[in-house]
Design a binder for this molecule. Structure first.
Ligand code: AP5
Length: 182
């Protein structure tokens, strides 16, 4: 199973990725967690991306594409994976498909977690990540509308998009996702 979990900041991407990864016994890969760990460790990559995260901006497509290609070739990813936070732009989505085609495989489904903006803001109040300041959150919601929501058409056109009500308890969200996977 090769799944992509898409949604706004705090929509539950990380929560559902972990649940689905455990369910299918496959790794779940969070690009946001990887970037935050690089920043915490003060690596060169961390220094390069810190400003983008603090402002709620996306980091460069090339950086993310290179990371994901390398990560998906690790031995634990052979039988599937759940991606949390990648892709976020149509270019990232296309590049992922080109890469997977070279291995004769493809994304099974892109799951879009639908959560209203006011719920996203409420949920963020319980968190204290480096990129959870109000201005960054506002920018992340804008970026979602400008870049990530238009990308949904890419998966809709390929009949791989599952729209799921993310505004319900986490186990109910998981149940609804599993009910739609074939
Ligand atoms: P990322 O970490 O992906 O940030 P995000 O989209 O803002 O999402 P979060 O991780 O904050 O939330 P989530 O949707 O995973 O929700 P969670 O399960 O944690 O990315 C951070 C930054 O990295 C980006 O802004 C960008 O700069 C950069 N980046 C990352 N990937 C990139 C890419 N591909 N390209 C370019 N830049 C990239 O839950 C949130 C909270 O809600 C928790 O408290 C949880 O307990 C609660 N919750 C979860 N589910 C529910 C529910 N169903 N009901 C009630 N509460 C719930």
């Amino acid at each position: 199973m090769r799944l992509i979990i898409l949604g706004g900041p705090g929509s539950g991407k990380g929560t559902q990725s972990q649940k689905l990864g455990e369910h299918f016994a496959i790794p779940w890969i969070s690009t946001g967690d990887v970037l935050r760990a690089e920043i915490a460790a003060d690596t060169q990559l961390g220094q390069e991306v810190a400003e983008s995260l603090a402002k709620g901006e996306l980091v460069s497509d090339n950086l993310m594409i290179n990371f994901i290609k390398e990560r998906l070739q690790q031995p634990d990813a052979t039988n599937g994976w759940v991606l949390d936070g990648y892709p976020r732009t149509a270019f990232q989505a296309e590049e992922l498909d080109f890469f997977l085609e070279s291995f004769n495989t493809q994304v099974n489904y892109a799951v879009w977690l639908e959560v209203p903006a006011h719920s996203l803001i409420e949920r963020s109040e319980y968190r204290a990540e480096i990129d959870d300041n109000p201005e960054a959150l506002r920018r992340r919601i804008e970026t979602l509308a400008e870049t990530t929501i238009p990308m949904l058409e890419y998966y809709e056109y390929r009949q791989r998009l599952l729209r799921i009500d993310g505004n319900q308890p986490p186990d109910d969200v998981k149940r609804d996702i599993l009910a739609r996977l074939r």
